[in-house]
Write a protein that binds this ligand. Structure first.
Ligand code: NAD
Length: 388
């Protein structure tokens, strides 16, 4: 076979933006003031996207009044105010779908949004991921800013430009890399989270500590009460520490070709649990915490990490109330046979988008902050899903 070949060389691609500004506001800041103080009809149009739970929080009410005279819960609402639009979608992982993303795009089109329109996602990881995804594909890419409102999205999901939605019951199967121009962190939003949602976010905090900050892990071990009491300055410091740690990683490897893969610690097991239980059944953070336990069991089994390290982390996870048993309670009813349970999770993991071959790639640890990436034999994976 003969052929002629020509190549086209492109400048480095910076999708979305080549710089993200993260603003940490103090607890007294009125978040609506931040968005409306200097805004005029002349500035680019804005499409705000949130969900019906966030729209009900007390912090959101002053913001909501810019759109409506009454702060009431309205689902699937589209509100107009001057050149701003507010879209309220249904909440939760079960609505992190391509249909919701398309409904955001369709509203944007109906509102005559242009490429300079700014999409602003106000919500947890689900809203941040979907809003940024919609912005990234709207007219081949417009602009995005994010206001994370859960602990999880403040310390993790809003940072780093991964966008997307679930598809066919698989997590985040569709998406883009499209960093936000600005991320506005208002820790006061945490107050209205349920204790389950708060704990879900803590799992990503624990992940960050184990990967990059052993002092933070010790602080978490020694201050469980302050964490659960949500002591404000204590939590605000944790948020800034974790957001900064993630920022430094994504700065080096936006598109996850090397060092960013570490951030998937606990996620290969965790995503498989979320999928098998049915998306939205086990919270993302609870699944990640369980996944961290399994990843360390695997590290120990492969002779990578000492048993004492695994035990230290498992003790902390269980003291914080996370499940550590190999068979997760969310799947106990579905699988009475442990071998079938392990095999099913393993098959789901093979579909993980981070694998390059049929072998499953894991983020493992030799010790705290000493992380390795390895492809692992199926027999070892099955073993840590069957035995504690
Ligand atoms: N892009 C990334 O890099 C990245 C990283 C980690 C996780 N994620 C994604 O993030 C998602 C999980 O994020 P999450 O835990 O924030 O879930 P979420 O967005 O579903 O929020 C959890 C629940 O809290 C409600 N909520 C949000 N803010 C609230 C507030 N201030 N007060 C009361 N209720 C509030 C939401 O309506 C929802 O019901 C997953 O889909 C995961 O895949 C993305």
């Amino acid at each position: 076979m003969q052929f002629k070949e020509q190549s086209i060389t492109y400048p480095p691609v910076h999708p979305g933006t080549d710089r993200t500004f993260i603003r940490y506001y103090d607890r007294n800041t009125d978040f609506s003031y931040v968005f409306f103080k200097d805004h005029s009809e002349q500035t680019p149009a804005r499409i705000f996207v949130t969900d019906s739970n966030v729209a009900q929080t007390s912090l959101f009410q002053s913001f909501y009044h810019h759109f409506s005279s009454e702060a009431v819960l309205l689902k699937h609402t589209v509100e107009k105010s001057g050149n701003d639009t507010l879209i309220i979608v249904d909440p939760g992982e079960s609505h992190k779908t391509i249909e919701t993303v398309l409904s955001i795009i369709s509203t944007a089109l109906n509102c005559n949004a242009q490429r300079n329109t700014v999409f602003i996602g106000i919500g947890g990881g689900v809203i941040c991921d979907m809003t940024a995804f919609a912005a990234s594909i709207f007219k081949r890419g417009s602009r995005v800013e994010l206001v994370p409102t859960t602990l999880l999205s403040m310390v993790d999901a809003a940072i780093g430009g991964k966008t997307g939605c679930d598809f066919d019951n698989y997590k985040n199967m569709i998406g883009t890399f499209f960093p936000a121009q600005k991320i506005h962190i208002f820790p006061a939003f945490i107050k209205s989270l349920s204790s389950e949602q708060f704990r879900s976010g803590l799992a990503e905090v624990v992940k960050t500590a184990l990967l990059y900050n052993s002092d933070l892990f010790t602080i978490l071990e020694q201050n469980r009460d302050r964490v659960f009491k949500q002591e404000e300055s204590f939590i605000d410091n944790i948020i800034e520490t974790c957001a900064s740690a993630k920022s430094r990683i994504v700065e080096q490897d936006l598109t996850e070709n090397n060092i960013r893969m570490q951030l998937n610690f606990g996620h290969t097991f965790g995503h498989a649990l979320e999928t098998c239980a049915g998306l939205g059944t086990v919270s993302h953070g609870d699944a990640v915490a369980w996944g961290i336990g399994r990843a360390l069991a695997l590290s120990k089994r492969l002779g990578l990490c000492p048993g004492e390290y695994e035990q230290r982390v498992v003790k902390m996870l269980s003291e914080y109330g996370w499940e550590i048993a190999s068979v997760h309670s969310a799947l106990k009813q579905q699988f009475t046979n442990t071998a079938t349970y392990a095999q099913t999770l393993c098959e789901v993991m093979k579909k993980d988008k981070k694998n390059n071959s049929n072998r499953i790639r894991f983020i493992l640890q030799k010790n705290i902050t000493d992380t390795v990436i390895a492809e692992v034999e199926e027999s070892d994976i099955l073993a840590v899903l069957s035995h504690d």
